[in-house]
Write a protein that binds this ligand. Sequence first.
Ligand code: FAD
Length: 324
Amino acid sequence: MASVLIVSEIQKGSLRESSYELASFAQKLAGASGRDVKSLVLGSGAQGEAEALAARGGGEVYLVDGELFANYTADAVQKAVHAAIEKSGADVVLFSNTPSGWDVAPRVAAALDAAYVSDAFDLDAEGDQLVFLRRVFNGKLDARMLPSVPVVATMQPGATAPFEGSSDGSVSPLDVAVSADECGTKFVEVKTAEAGGVDLSKADIIVSGGRSLGGPEKFEEVIRPLAEALGGAVGASRPVVDAGWMPHEYQVGSSGQIVSPKLYLACGISGAIQHLVGMKGSNFIIAINKDADAPIFEVADVGVVADLFEVCPALTSAVTEAKG
Ligand SMILES: Cc1cc2nc3c(=O)[nH]c(=O)nc-3n(C[C@H](O)[C@H](O)[C@H](O)COP(=O)(O)OP(=O)(O)OC[C@H]3O[C@@H](n4cnc5c(N)ncnc54)[C@H](O)[C@@H]3O)c2cc1C
């Protein structure tokens, strides 16, 4: 029988949550298409993580355990994935849309001459046809991808809940014939970024600004005064950080900080899934955006369709006045 193969990832000794999200996707596809669920766990001393995945939706888990897999290298992981595909007969291979997923998934697809879908946020089967959904045009449209099989896909972290039920999976070792000498890349070291002074995860109120601010000076003129009036912290979307307007520790989202303040104000932020992943757990969300169709309004408790350059200063004055 055909199967769906999850390629899991271990980070700092534990499976990433996104691997359990892949388990949710794989179980959904198994229900819709009758495929078996298989998983691949790669690591050094990773038996416990393999068992954890087997118990939480991973199905039959192949464990590749060895020093070479203690840290990610594309060549070694690719060999292991091919061995797992051969053993499982998988015609659907799911990676998380993470830096190592971006790196290795296209290599696997190219080597198999398989279809490739990147950054999908959902999947399903309609009869024999697989359907993947991707968000395009800044979240305004959902594209339906109808790939042939075999297909390799990367799935957006945070797009579905991690698998929480229990399941009767199993773990078996998988031998992969690869040595460090055969690999064109080798692991050197992990460099951890220096911790900055901002820990948004502890803030009760966050006022975040997006690309629409247009420059760093607008953060100081519009966003910071409002945050200070409310006694909160400043946050930012990724383009703001990529443009160098704010340091990385201010970034909220899948590749920034995950926050859950009592109040989150999103000013001129469209609401791309990668931003939502970082702030949708906030207790109360106010979004200010000129575009009534912006996806941020889907998660907002209060939506203000207006120009942030008018609303934010007015709010700052009103809050300052109210505080006396
Ligand atoms: C792998 C990956 C990881 C990512 N990680 C993150 C992440 O951690 N965090 C993150 O934020 N993004 C992340 N992104 C980027 C994400 O996909 C979006 O591109 C980004 O969030 C968009 O930022 P934005 O909302 O500031 O800009 P835009 O999408 O350009 O939106 C600007 C919004 O401002 C509105 N606007 C314009 N002018 C005004 C005005 N005067 N008043 C009110 N509204 C106005 C517009 O209507 C628009 O909705 C990631 C992307 C990838 C591929």
